[in-house]
Write a protein that binds this ligand. Structure first.
Ligand code: ATP
Length: 267
């Protein structure tokens, strides 16, 4: 794997009973890029995503991440490897404040053991200070200052999506997995999301792997796009190359909602 490649998937296949959800898919995600998976419903995008977050294990194939075989790691080790993710349906502690949610997100970096935490040693205190420092930095980057002490439950949906992004960033990931970041957002909020994603890549240098349906967002933020259909790779290239690829256009013709989205982008 070249040093410019953070994640490399080779010939990965996933079978669920009689369904071949992913069929010999290969791709490389370069360090510092926004790499987006697109495709009509059932294309296999979420399955690929779940392979990388280790929720699923492929039937065959290999995935290298930052020089190590990813499949040798258990799902609970993923955060320590520097992989963070957000979910299509937000998963936050609703009855905790924004800051508390961010500090919880940070716990993967707690290198202090049970006894030092019990007696609140210097190492514990230093870890606490670093966690707060990181949380404040992320709050500032994503302009969440005015929501810092608000309970998540009372926040508008669009803000909660940004809080989820913030919590993932507090783990200081090398690779950020975004599962449909625009889902549930209106046009204006989706524009804001595009802005944050670009900032995360440009300001923090975090590599982003995203699954997304909204072609306007895909075009705005993606360096490269991988289009899938029926478990296979259809096209790989820049957003405009992939959207004008005849196989991609044809695949989307099967799905009215997605064709509408492609048209909106083209308009
Ligand atoms: N846990 C599972 N058990 C059985 N079949 C599954 C499972 N997960 C996905 N599939 C099947 O695998 C195929 C690919 O599904 P997947 O969810 O990866 O597609 P997708 O591109 O993410 O679609 P969508 O855009 O609708 O989320 C589909 O035929 C789906 O029904």
């Amino acid at each position: 794997m070249s040093s410019g490649v953070l994640l490399s998937a080779r010939d990965i296949s996933v079978r669920f009973g009689g369904v071949l959800a992913v069929n010999k898919v290969s791709f490389d995600v370069h360090r510092g890029e926004v790499f987006t998976l697109i495709g009509p419903n059932g294309a296999g995008k979420t399955t690929v995503f779940n392979l990388i977050s280790r929720i699923y294990t492929p039937t065959s194939g290999s995935i290298e991440y930052d020089g190590t075989p990813l499949l040798a790691h258990a799902p609970h080790e993923i955060a320590q490897l520097g992989i963070a993710r957000t979910f299509q349906n937000i998963e936050l502690f609703e009855h905790a404040t924004v800051l508390q949610n961010l500090l919880i997100g940070r716990h993967v970096h707690r290198e202090t053991g049970f006894w030092s935490q019990l007696f609140f040693t210097r190492a514990t205190r230093d870890a606490e200070v670093r966690a707060r420092h990181k949380a404040e930095e992320v709050i500032e980057l994503l302009e969440l200052q005015k929501h810092r002490d608000s309970l998540v439950a009372g926040l508008p949906y669009g803000v909660r999506k940004v809080v989820e992004l913030a919590r993932a960033l507090c783990t200081e990931p090398k690779l950020l997995l975004l599962d449909e970041p625009s889902s549930g957002l209106n046009v204006e909020e989706t524009d804001d999301m595009a802005f944050w994603i670009r900032d995360i890549r440009d300001e923090l240098g975090v590599t982003v792997l995203m699954v997304e349906h909204d072609m306007a967002l895909v075009s705005k933020v993606s360096d490269r796009v991988l289009a899938m259909n029926q478990g296979e790779v259809l096209a790989l290239g820049s957003p405009s190359e992939v959207q004008s690829h005849p196989g991609v256009v044809e695949a989307y013709l099967g799905s009215a909602g997605d064709v509408e989205s492609l048209r909106r982008k083209a308009a």
